[in-house]
Write a protein that binds this ligand. Structure first.
Ligand SMILES: Nc1ncnc2c1ncn2[C@@H]1O[C@H](COP(=O)(O)OP(=O)(O)OP(=O)(O)O)[C@@H](O)[C@H]1O
Length: 249
């Protein structure tokens, strides 16, 4: 379980996060939305142990986070910068497995299995630059998941993809998440996406001093479909509620 207790953060005299408290049960996919610049990335970097929380505490399974937690993976929006251009796709995915002390052949075999799961079996020996943006983000997802993280942080991961590719990757994420115990914190500025992928949506207020202004449980069926789910009355109600919270109403 991931738990944030009154987490605050400022940069110099700029107050960014103001007393964020959240409990995220194991396996939950939590969407975080908020206006641009309110501190969503700062929140993720703080959970990732890359920035210290200046006030408050963050714990994972009761252990305080100081530094980067074990079994953490992160996916950023800029897939082009997160993959190593000189390595093949397979070796990019295999990279985190080095920490597990696996031999080269075993690492490559696991990477290939993971690439198959993200629909890129044929791309293992290619280099990132030879792939489309959506394919590169699939590689980044495979690399994040290959070590079976217990906590996955995603910072607007599909924000720079075209609409169709984005929907495909939302569905892939849901499929990969199904039946697994990884907790996911998914930052997005897209209201519909927050509801579509989330088990729960948290809305942050505008800065300075951003706080949680709405915490909504997404009671939609687990099996989601881009056309059917988005047409459900429950989906429409939720997206309206998230939109209202974002506009401070
Ligand atoms: N390392 C830093 N040093 C100084 N200020 C920072 C630093 N990182 C973030 N900030 C400031 O903190 C505020 C929140 O930034 P952050 O990137 O967390 O917001 P965000 O909600 O993720 O924004 P966006 O939706 O536009 O990506 C911004 O005003 C930003 O300029």
């Amino acid at each position: 379980m991931l738990r944030l207790d009154s987490v605050s953060r400022h940069f110099g005299d700029q107050h960014v996060l103001d007393g964020i408290s959240l409990t995220v049960p194991d396996g939950q996919l939590l969407s975080v939305v908020g206006p641009s610049g309110c501190g969503k990335s700062t929140l993720l970097r703080t959970i990732a142990g890359l920035l210290p929380a200046q006030e408050g505490t963050i714990t994972i399974d009761g252990t305080p986070v100081h530094g980067v937690p074990e079994r953490l993976a992160v996916v950023f929006q800029e897939y082009g910068r997160s993959l190593l251009p000189w390595l093949t796709v397979r070796d990019n995915v295999a990279l985190p497995l080095r920490r597990r002390g696996l031999g080269r052949a075993a690492r490559r075999a696991e990477a290939e299995t993971m690439l198959e799961r993200v629909g890129l079996r044929g791309a293992a020996r290619r280099h990132p630059r030879e792939l489309s943006g959506g394919m590169q983000q699939r590689v980044a997802l495979a690399r994040a998941l290959v070590c079976r993280p217990s906590l996955l942080l995603m910072d607007e991961p599909f924000g720079s993809l075209d609409a169709g590719t984005r929907e495909d990757l939302e569905d892939l994420l849901l499929e990969l998440h199904r039946g697994r115990d990884a907790t996911i914190v998914f930052v997005t500025h897209d209201i519909d996406e927050s509801v579509y992928v989330g088990d729960r949506v948290v809305v942050l207020s505008p800065g300075p001093g951003s706080r949680v202004v709405r915490d909504l449980s997404v009671g939609l069926p687990g099996e989601r479909d881009q056309l059917t789910t988005r047409g459900l009355p429950g989906f429409v109600e939720l997206r309206t509620e998230v939109g209202r919270a974002l506009r401070g109403r």
